[in-house]
Ligand binder design. Structure first.
Ligand SMILES: NC(=O)c1ccc[n+]([C@@H]2O[C@H](COP(=O)([O-])OP(=O)(O)OC[C@H]3O[C@@H](n4cnc5c(N)ncnc54)[C@H](OP(=O)(O)O)[C@@H]3O)[C@@H](O)[C@H]2O)c1
Length: 369
């Protein structure tokens, strides 16, 4: 298991090796983190996909990307295991230091072990119910659980898969899923128990900080069942962890087709409504954008206005990512990549500075009458 975690000194040293990527690294959560991180969600659960991800991850880490995002259930643990293998190899070869890379993962969804077993129900029963890791009443939508006992098991499995002593960012995965079946008061009790567990995991040096990775939670209206109030989550973190609690990051979808993170004022109190990103910044949190290419759909056929706004870029994928990484308040744009060609396209984008406010504003030009 690789000791330690990402540090300010080592991430700054990593950034210093890429002088040709001006303004690519930002100070986020006290670390120098690349404006684009590699995600590992999509793909088949087979060896070809493992190999493709491994090659893409090596190219990314060699090229100037030092944040990797995963979740225990991504490709039934194969993504975490692939990351672990690549990190171990590259550290052993002296290509990188563990402390130079920010490793993020998530827990919340039940996962199989590498592949769907022949009898999934029986497998789940044997591995989770009979072992006492999950009580049937704790499970939502037959697939989601955030109890301390369950998170304890998930965290240990993730540390083993990733081969790291300390996970840099540990997210509760789509916690809003719980609200499908339970009332808000019970939800907040469960969140408090989960945060208490995560604060203990910080004290044990098993994670450095924690956060929430959401899909709908921060994009919903306050009247919707699955809406999340970031200030309330932060209040709970203060209650269980004191003023120096470690609830320090949010992850949420943000791209050209899903701009709510910065356009929807669904957070805060009546007279001071604000957006999720503005609220996160007010609370001093890191903001990580997921699905930056809308699962690949924004990598082609973008309207001509994108070319006009970013004339220095040559592909639609670069333009879509430039929009995300240049948006004020977004610290890191996550993009899933299994192909070296895609990594190279992203590295070429990173040679350019993020777009100016003026260039971004061209995208918000009023339509001609
Ligand atoms: N709720 C959550 O917590 C949540 C939800 C969604 C995503 N995420 C995180 O955010 C990450 C990014 O989102 P995502 O992977 O769902 O979608 P995405 O980043 O929007 O899109 C990934 C897709 O775009 C393709 N692609 C990448 N670079 C490209 C390029 N230069 N040109 C053309 N196509 C390109 C990839 O192909 P190849 O793979 O073939 O390279 C892949 O099919 C995830 O991997 C995950 O870590 C979190």
């Amino acid at each position: 298991m690789l000791k330690n975690r990402a540090t300010a000194e080592a991430t700054a040293a990593y950034a210093g090796r890429f002088p040709h990527l001006p303004a690519n690294f930002r100070s986020t959560l006290g670390l120098a983190i690349s404006s684009i991180g590699v995600g590992t969600y999509l793909g088949n659960t087979d060896e070809d996909s493992d190999r493709a991800y491994a090659e893409a991850l090596r190219a990314a880490l060699r090229g100037g990307i030092n944040l990797i995002d995963s979740a225990i259930n991504y490709r039934f643990q194969r993504s975490e295991r692939t990351i672990g293998k690549v990190l171990a190899e590259m550290v052993a070869a002296g290509e990188i230091r563990r402390e130079e890379v920010v490793v993020a993962t998530k827990g919340g969804y039940i996962t199989f072990d590498g592949a769907v077993p022949p009898n999934p129900h029986q497998w789940f029963d044997e591995h989770f119910i009979k072992t006492g890791i999950v009580s049937p009443g704790d499970l939502v939508e037959d697939s989601h659980c955030i109890t301390p006992g369950y998170l304890e098991r998930m965290l240990e499995m993730s540390r083993e898969n990733l081969g790291v002593e300390t996970i840099d960012i540990y997210y509760l995965h789509n916690p809003e899923t719980q609200l499908v079946e339970i009332e808000r008061a019970e939800f907040y009790t469960r969140i408090a128990q989960a945060f208490e567990f995560l604060e203990r995991a910080v004290a044990d040096r098993r994670i450095a900080i924690y956060g929430t990775a959401t899909w709908n939670g921060f994009r919903a209206a306050p009247t919707e069942r699955g809406w999340l109030a970031l200030d309330e989550l932060a209040r709970i973190a203060r209650e269980v962890g004191g003023n120096s609690h470690h609830f320090r990051a949010i992850q949420l979808p943000y791209n050209l087709a899903m701009p709510e993170a910065v356009t929807l004022a669904n957070q805060g109190v009546a007279s001071q409504k604000t957006t999720p990103v503005a609220m996160a910044k007010e609370l001093g949190m890191g903001v990580f954008a997921s699905a930056s290419l809308l699962q690949g759909r924004l990598a082609r056929d973008l309207p001509p206005i994108l070319k006009e706004a970013f004339p220095e870029l040559s592909t639609d994928a670069q333009r879509a990512l430039q929009f995300v990484r240049s948006t004020p308040g977004i610290d890191v744009a996550l993009v899933g990549m299994r192909s070296i060609a895609h990594v190279e396209e992203v590295l070429a984008l990173m040679r350019h500075r993020p777009a100016s406010h003026e260039a971004l504003m061209k995208l918000f030009r009023p339509a001609k009458a």
